[in-house]
Ligand binder design. Structure first.
Ligand code: SF4
Length: 486
């Protein structure tokens, strides 16, 4: 069972480059950590949209021959993990529509918190949905020529949707980048010569040799067309900022920079802060790779306790790994990380990870260390306990399955069979970012949700609703059939 919440999505767009799709391919490659279920690119060659999407990792979805089928100087791409809707090809992005405004393609990172209500309204007014993802709602809203008697436009649409969204939108003339007014998800701008690039993270700019220009600000709409780049602030400035602090802790790649702060450096600082809050007498600091590497290094640097990579990660474990339950226990966990026993035998070990969600994997790690002869095992977590689910696009389990929401610290220690367990404080986490707490969403830690959400919001909410509707229509068909028979 996985120990970490799943990433959500990565978005990427290019304007004005003769090999836009190729650039997008490399951009998605760099953003693969944000979603591994499906990938897609839509390009525009001045006449047509060309689309290719499929399930799987970026290199598998785009063999070289496929990229050749995506000509043009403008493209938008998406790599997906399903935070709403199930993992099916129909839900892969970018999504496209051909409407009175011409063709539109959209790539979305985040979760809308009023999706159910909007979908109801749209369906009542005749919209027919092709997918079960909330991103399609944005497309339908955009496609409407008028709204309540007024001429509709992108700003009107943005004022109707709520929640977390970083968007890259492609029309026949423009590439558009949008960030929700709270700035939950990152989005940045870069340039390769005269071409513009929009990406979820700066690591994607690096791979395509784009120069970082700046971040798209919360609530900002940037439009790039033949006249260059123009910017509009779509929301009043007093909207509360709420960047997802978990991007710094776990999601973003350590080689990305967000809000002028290197993610790597923030994570090392999280580890240093852990050492200041929990000075433990031990012989070695061991990370759970890769997520705990930077924080464990920080702890080691601050405390002076040696750092060892005692867990070795197998980078080639795919999703298709069979679980030979009958043959040996915990195979799925051990195939990913193997332990170098000599590094921990007869030693007091501090093991550092970035989060414990369900606790099952951590329990196995502690057990591995004890079986290898560790004298003591102290578990340190480089963020506070996760006690609430996320409704803004991170796939945490519901509260009943979040270990820290249901157990005391002592209960967790006993469950993990560790000698001690400690989590970084909320203040310590914020301090490590070097930014004020008022700039962050920390709802999964402190329960303060910056944007209200529909109760019952879940990854499959739209599908469950669609399922109810289809059962309802099945019932109607049966009813009609009975009438005929009568
Ligand atoms: Fe990030 Fe947690 Fe807020 Fe979700 S609830 S956006 S994971 S900080």
């Amino acid at each position: 069972m996985r120990n970490h919440p799943k990433h959500y999505c990565g978005v990427f767009g290019v304007y004005g480059h003769p090999r836009a799709a190729e650039l997008t391919y490399f951009g998605l490659y760099a953003l693969q950590h944000r979603g591994q279920e499906s990938a897609g690119i839509v390009s525009w060659d001045g006449k047509e949209f060309h689309t290719h999407k499929d399930m799987g990792l970026v290199p598998a979805v785009f063999p070289p021959a496929k990229l050749k089928e995506l000509p043009g100087s403008m493209a938008v791409g998406h790599t997906r993990y399903s935070t709403t809707g199930s993992s099916r090809l129909v839900n892969a992005q970018p999504l496209t529509v051909d409407c009175v405004r011409g063709r539109i393609a959209i790539a979305h990172n985040g979760n809308l918190t009023n999706a159910d209500k909007l979908r109801d309204e749209l369906e009542e007014s005749g919209s027919i949905f092709q997918t079960t993802v909330d991103s399609e709602i944005i497309l339908h809203l955009l496609a409407q020529p008028s709204l309540k008697g007024e001429k509709n436009n992108l700003l009107q649409t943005l004022h109707r949707i709520e929640g977390a969204y970083s968007l890259v939108i492609m029309t026949e003339q423009e590439l558009i980048g949008v960030r929700d007014p709270h700035g939950f998800r990152p989005l940045c701008l870069g340039k390769v010569d005269d071409a513009w690039v929009i990406a979820s993270e700066t690591c994607a700019l690096d791979l395509v040799e784009a120069k970082f220009v700046r971040e798209v600000e919360p609530g900002e709409v940037v439009v790039i067309n033949k006249n260059g780049l123009s910017s509009t602030q779509a929301f009043p400035a007093h909207k509360r900022k709420a960047f997802c602090i978990f991007e710094y802790v776990y999601f973003a790649r350590p080689d990305s920079t967000i809000a002028d702060r290197s993610v790597y450096k923030v994570r090392v600082e999280l580890g240093r802060q852990l050492a200041r809050e929990f000075p433990i007498e031990a012989d070695v600091v061991v990370p759970v790779p890769d997520s705990g590497n930077c924080a464990a290094l920080g702890y080691s640097l601050e405390s002076g306790i040696p750092f060892e990579m005692a867990f070795v990660r197998n980078h080639y474990v795919g999703r298709s790994f069979l679980q030979p339950k009958q043959l040996f226990r915990d195979a799925a966990v051990r195939v990913k990380l193997n332990l170098i026993k000599e590094l921990v035998k007869d030693r007091r070990v501090i093991v550092v990870d970035d989060s414990i969600v369900r606790g099952t994997t951590t329990k196995i790690r502690v057990n591995n260390l004890k079986q290898a002869g560790a004298k003591e095992v102290h578990v340190l977590v480089s963020c506070p306990p996760h006690v609430n689910p996320c409704v803004y696009g991170v796939d945490f389990p519901d509260k009943s399955k979040l270990m820290a929401a249901n157990m005391t610290l002592e209960g967790i220690r006993q469950f993990l069979n560790a000698d001690s367990v400690n989590y970084l404080s909320q203040e310590g986490m914020v301090q490590a970012t070097g930014r004020p707490r008022t700039e962050f969403c920390m709802a999964c830690y402190d329960g303060d949700y910056p944007v209200a959400y529909e109760t019952g919001l879940s990854k499959h909410a739209i599908e469950q609703r669609a399922g109810r509707l289809s059962r309802l229509s099945d019932d109607l068909v049966t009813e009609r059939a009975q009438i005929k028979l009568l």
